[in-house]
Design a protein around this ligand. Structure first.
Ligand code: FAD
Length: 450
């Protein structure tokens, strides 16, 4: 017979581990975590690059300094994780054109205002619940066209809309963001979390309730329980399953359900957009970029929207590391994922030579994460379209029989963030505990009747 657990958790990212911790704290000892990759952490992942650890996935603790305390910030503070405050406010005054000139602050400020006005206008159209109306009402003089306008539009829309509409993370937890710059990585937080309920020795998890390299391919579910099948032919049984795979994975055919998921569920899953966000790291023999106050972030204005637009130097995080990071999103991310790293390096060097002159040195190393082509991710994070309503996220989150859904994409207020994943995991495990109690009460009643 297959081993049977009370709860199987699929995925050992922040949401899966947070869920497991709450279950363990509530006396569920026979839980099992099945993780497809060879490590815990999911979209929180460090890698050695040059002499330092860089974060390929989540980098910032976003939402700090507000009226409520961000739980992830609290955990990081308790562990003494090294962080750096990120001040984006000056980025708009470091916009380079293709001839290496910085746009005067007046032009930058005007373009910024125009981009914000245009976004607000679009949003108003969407809020009136008619996309056509939004297009009709758009004042085309506000549509971004020039390289600087396209660059600002990209920053506003592909990074955050905080200046256009309130974002729960900033409203609840504050507007400050801190970059994790700790050799132990952002993932240290998760190892410490796991240590609280899994057996570890010398920093290694040695508990057979966590199984790595277990790719779940099928969930067969009934009123009595769930049977989980993995790619290597193993079968596991459980009373309940908590599924934390990303929205990108849910949209793919990696996991099949027997019986299939109901239509309301699959339709909701399809309605959520996935965001691909790629940080490309480049290492140089020496610094050739300005490093003083207000210079950490800079922008490249090109006629193609999102083309190597957003740059950051790592001197504040890791002084002397000589590392630059450029962020690409969506179509540009997918494009560089599908080409060789040498080609990407060549493109990035042309851009840098536009900004800083032809005599700068070539990068000696490049690191290009591939979140889109990773079949265990298929995205960086969820992005609910502005016209979608709460029903979509509620349907994505709602359990189907004994299968419960968790992950950042199920967090109504904080989707897309680490704290969203963390809080979602806690929330989902509480819902499962509630179901287990109901089960128990029902069993007691049946036993009394006999
Ligand atoms: P995941 O971390 O994806 O965990 C799910 C786990 O399930 C994975 O480990 C996966 O391997 C596993 N899995 C998938 N399919 C299967 C299967 N079939 N069988 C078994 N296991 C499976 N957030 C911030 O707060 N700040 C940031 O600065 C930030 N920047 C980001 C930058 C990038 C490039 C990316 C990718 C993400 C960023 N995020 C950021 C978002 C944040 O990383 C995520 O919201 C969060 O880590 C998601 O956690 P999760 O538990 O929901 O999912």
């Amino acid at each position: 017979p297959s081993p049977r657990s009370s709860v199987i958790i699929i995925g050992a990212g922040v949401s899966g581990l947070s869920a497991a911790k709450v279950l363990a704290e509530n006396g569920i000892g026979d839980l099992l975590i099945l993780e497809a990759s060879d490590r815990i952490g999911g979209r929180i992942r460090k890698e050695k690059f040059g002499d330092v650890s860089v974060e390929l996935g989540a980098g910032w603790i976003a939402g700090v300094g507000g009226k409520e305390s961000n739980p992830v910030w609290e955990i990081a503070a308790k562990l003494g994780l090294r962080t750096c405050f990120s001040d984006y406010s000056n980025a708009r005054y470091n916009i380079y054109d293709r001839s290496g000139k910085i746009f005067p602050s007046g032009i930058a400020a005007d373009s910024y205002k125009k981009a914000v006005d245009s976004a607000i206008q679009k949003l108003k159209g969407l809020e009136s619940n008619c996309v056509e109306d939004a297009t009709n009402r758009t004042d085309f003089t506000l549509t971004p066209k020039t390289p600087i306008e396209l660059a600002i539009d990209f920053i506003l829309h592909d990074f955050e809309m905080a200046e256009v509409e309130p974002i729960s993370t900033y409203v609840d937890f504050g507007e400050r963001e801190f970059l994790v710059a700790d050799e132990r990585g952002y993932e240290y937080l998760l190892y410490k979390m796991a240590e609280e309920f899994l057996f570890t020795l010398e920093g290694k998890i040695l508990d057979n309730r966590l199984k790595l390299n277990k790719v779940v391919r099928e969930l067969q579910h009934s009123r009595n329980g769930v049977t989980v099948r993995t790619e290597d032919g193993c079968v596991y049984e459980a009373d309940y399953v908590i599924l934390s795979a990303s929205i990108g994975v849910l949209q793919s055919d990696l996991i099949s359900f027997r019986p299939p998921l109901p239509r309301w569920k699959t339709e909701a899953i399809e309605k959520c957009d996935v965001m691909v966000y790629t940080k490309i790291f480049l290492k140089f023999p020496y610094k050739f970029w300005p490093c003083g106050p207000g210079k950490e972030f800079f922008i490249y204005a090109h006629e193609r929207r999102g083309y190597y637009t957003f740059w950051q130097h790592m001197e504040n995080a890791y002084p002397g590391s000589n590392i630059l990071v450029v962020t690409l999103t969506n179509d540009e991310s997918k494009r560089v994922e599908s080409q060789s790293d040498e080609e990407t390096l060549k493109e990035a060097m042309v851009v840098l030579r536009d900004m800083f002159g032809s005599d700068i040195p070539d990068a000696t190393d490049i690191l290009v994460p591939r979140w889109w082509n990773n079949r265990f991710q298929r995205c960086s994070y969820s992005n609910y379209p502005m016209i979608s309503n709460n029903q979509v996220i509620n349907d994505i989150k709602a359990p189907v029989g004994r299968i419960f859904f968790t992950g950042e994409h199920t967090s109504e207020r904080f989707n897309g963030y680490v704290h969203g994943g963390h809080l979602a995991g806690i929330d989902t495990s509480k819902a499962v505990l509630e179901e287990m109690r109901k089960d128990e009460r029902q069993n007691d009643k049946q036993n009394q009747n006999f």
